[in-house]
Design a protein around this ligand. Sequence first.
Ligand code: NAP
Length: 505
Amino acid sequence: MFTPHGNHLIAGAWAPGDTRFHSAPASGPSHQFSVGRVSDVTAAAEAAEDAFASYGSTSRAERAAFLNAIADEIEARAEDITAIGTQETGLPEARLQGEHGRTTGQLRLFADHILKGDYLDRRYDAALPDRAPLPRPDLRMMQRPLGPVAVFGASNFPLAFSTAGGDTAAALAAGCPVVVKGHSAHPGTGEIVAEAILAAITRCGIHPGVFSLIQGGNREVGAALVQHPLIKAVGFTGSLAGGRALFDLCAARPEPIPFFGELGSVNPMFILDAALANRGTEIATGWAASLTMGAGQFCTNPGIAVLRAGAEADRFIDTATAALSAVAPQTMLTEGIASAYQDGQRRVAATAGVRELLTTSCNTRTAAPYLYVTEARTWLDNEILAEEVFGPLGLVITADSDAEMLEIARALQGQLTCTLHLDDGDTAQGQALLPVLARKAGRVLANGFPTGVEVSDTMVHGGPYPASTNFGATSVGTLSIRRFLRPVCYQNIPAALLPEDLRQG
Ligand code: NAP
């Protein structure tokens, strides 16, 4: 059984802090963890910069072996990781096991991806010495790693979006050392995963500054990390408020750096007329299941359903209400998240023109579903109803016409996902909506629910603000490596000086 010691991991050594904070697990014993200090940030960032001198020039094969070794070391600790992860987050064991597979799977996917070499986007303009009026030099371009990257994981994915999650895997694959700011909701899970990364560092003979974990316990440490001059980019998954605060700090630095924040989203679903008539009850039941999965604590949770008012809509609402009322309260990730859920629910309930369909009771760390309905005009007139409520809360919006549905689509803020439910008779309305929704979201989908995010070459998990702070990027899938690379053109550089990957013509 793993018992955390609570220290930071800085450049290969476990370092205690001056003060400790207590973890607040959903079950099991609380442990003490070192509170991160600005001096820890400095030590980790300097070690990362040291490591970059060698790690930034490792071969793709060496980095692939390192990523695979991290996956092996995580697998070797699977049972302990699941045990402490379940205790700290309150998520069920099966969820932790699934996330474990996703985490090791994405490390191995990045290993395969860099071995193929396409991500380097190598380009070559051969020299044209005889060109008139001016000769052209030998020009070669490839993507190079940025340097040390700071990573902030989210509370709701203690493995796949945390210490060795997608951001860390993408940065290490690119050739960037990583400094993780540990999430205070799962510090023990962070520690055991850091232990696995350290074992892989030792096994592969990599510079130990390539990875550090600084536990949280205060907000100062995160702010210091994004402002440290040696940090060259930030990968963040979490709340809009936290992400925006850190994004602003990055932009205000003397040398501004990119901040890749994956934030919140309400993930609207548009249920078109024929689909509603043919499959309304099936969609309502599927929606209830998607909305309550993991206590609704998914960034892709479909919080809003838009459909045409009428008898079919009433049937949809009745089915969804019945399905949601059968869902028992679930433990939330932290008391803070449970209390924010209650605040969000009160905000929706207090809006004039919103009717409550299902109300439930929750304690200080549980959430049960809420369901509300409102008309399109009320939603359009109340910006507050477009904000994410993190948890299993659903809002049905009834529209009177196709035009009103389109107006809702146009009024949406940036989203991670937008969904269409459509059948044969819905093609024209679908054709009108899809281009609008594709402007709003990183992923548009039909006849499904957005909660499952495939980790693959084509996945885009991002979108216009506030879904993310950078609409050109994704935080899931192989394309996410681009965030930690920048193009460098090598002009007339002798072969002996060129990076290995650029030597062939
Ligand atoms: P969070 O409260 O924003 O925390 C994320 C991390 O940022 C934590 O390490 C936190 O430190 C730190 N942090 C937050 N505000 C800060 C500030 N002002 N200064 C310095 N550090 C700060 O988010 P969360 O509770 O983990 O996640 C829930 C939210 O994330 C939901 O809104 C959800 O929709 C969103 N989310 C988005 C995605 C996505 O892919 N877009 C995925 C999952 C979740 P502490 O450890 O001290 O709290």
